[in-house]
Design a protein around this ligand. Structure first.
Ligand code: ADP
Ligand code: MG
Length: 269
């Protein structure tokens, strides 16, 4: 099978944990994998050390996104494509997994349209229009390059930064990037690894849910997870047959989720 695995920033404090890498090595014996990583918290920490406090915007749909001005996209690129992508690449290589770390800028794997404006909702529910900054919506995935690397035995590790039509870097959401890559590659599974055991409702893990059922409960899902649910629906609409949301911190996070032994399985029906 072809799998797209998104590793949340929440589980990547020091690159990737040993058991996650060992499990990935096992999974790679029978499957091909594209990895997309997050890292938002580390970007925020390093930006603050550089004296650049980060601002976040909540959209009317409840998505939280980084306000990405020129200085922020530079810091974002340094930390995501420089530090975090390379930490994961090193962790994989050290276990004998041949990997290539890439951002969406390399080979223009990810092209995006710059968002001109964003709508921000404040604590009192008032809406205002803010400049879109360096954020984008992915319009194209160069699947040939990813396929070529996988055919040669490499596991690509993709940083969610896309190329704008004006050749500028754009911040794109990691979960949605993973979903769009999965759709474009016609992947069999999208796996979203995070720091909770799956989609929780009233504190309980939901083992299996359909896309239409999950839409009904979205209003009860908080920031962070709601982005994943939206990404899951997007991937299913693009033909991915199952989306697995699970914890990346267990012993065999990917193989257990593939066997439906853990996490939340989201399917079309
Ligand atoms: N209904 C829910 N089920 C599970 N997690 C939820 C829910 N609502 C909000 N969350 C939050 O979503 C978080 C995961 O998203 P996020 O913090 O963005 O992690 P990641 O770095 O993996 O993207 C969880 O740690 C949890 O705090
Ligand atoms: Mg997140």
């Amino acid at each position: 099978m072809l799998l797209v695995v998104k590793m949340g920033g929440s589980i990547l404090k020091e690159g990737a944990s040993g058991s996650l890498v060992t499990d990935l090595k096992d999974v790679l014996k029978e499957n091909k994998v594209v990895i997309v990583h997050g890292g938002g918290v580390e970007v925020t920490d390093i930006a603050s050390k550089l004296g650049k406090e980060q601002k976040f915007i909540i959209s009317p749909e409840g998505f939280r996104s980084r306000y990405t001005d020129k200085e922020t996209i530079e810091i974002y690129t340094m930390v995501m494509a420089g530090k975090i992508n390379k930490q994961i690449t090193i962790a994989m290589q050290s276990q004998g997994i041949p990997t290539i770390g890439l951002s969406g800028l390399d080979g223009a794997i990810l092209k995006a349209e710059r968002k001109a404006r964003l709508i921000a909702v404040d604590e009192r529910g008032r809406k205002r229009v803010v400049d879109g900054g360096y954020t984008g919506k992915i319009t194209q995935v160069k699947t040939e390059l990813l396929n070529l690397l996988m055919e040669k035995g490499y596991t690509p590790i993709v940083t969610p930064i896309a190329m704008s039509q004006e050749y500028e870097p754009l911040n794109v959401d990691g979960d949605r990037t993973a979903a769009i890559i999965a759709g474009a590659l016609k992947a069999d599974r999208l796996i979203l690894l995070t720091d909770v055991e799956g989609l929780l409702l009233k504190g309980q893990r939901i083992p299996k849910i359909s896309a239409s059922e999950v839409r009904e409960v979205l209003k009860n899902v908080g920031a962070g997870m709601s982005t994943k649910v939206h990404a899951a629906i997007e991937a299913l609409n693009q033909g991915v047959s199952e989306v697995l949301i699970t914890s990346g911190t267990g012993k065999t996070p990917i193989s257990s989720a593939l066997k439906h032994e853990s996490g939340t399985v989201i399917t079309c029906e």
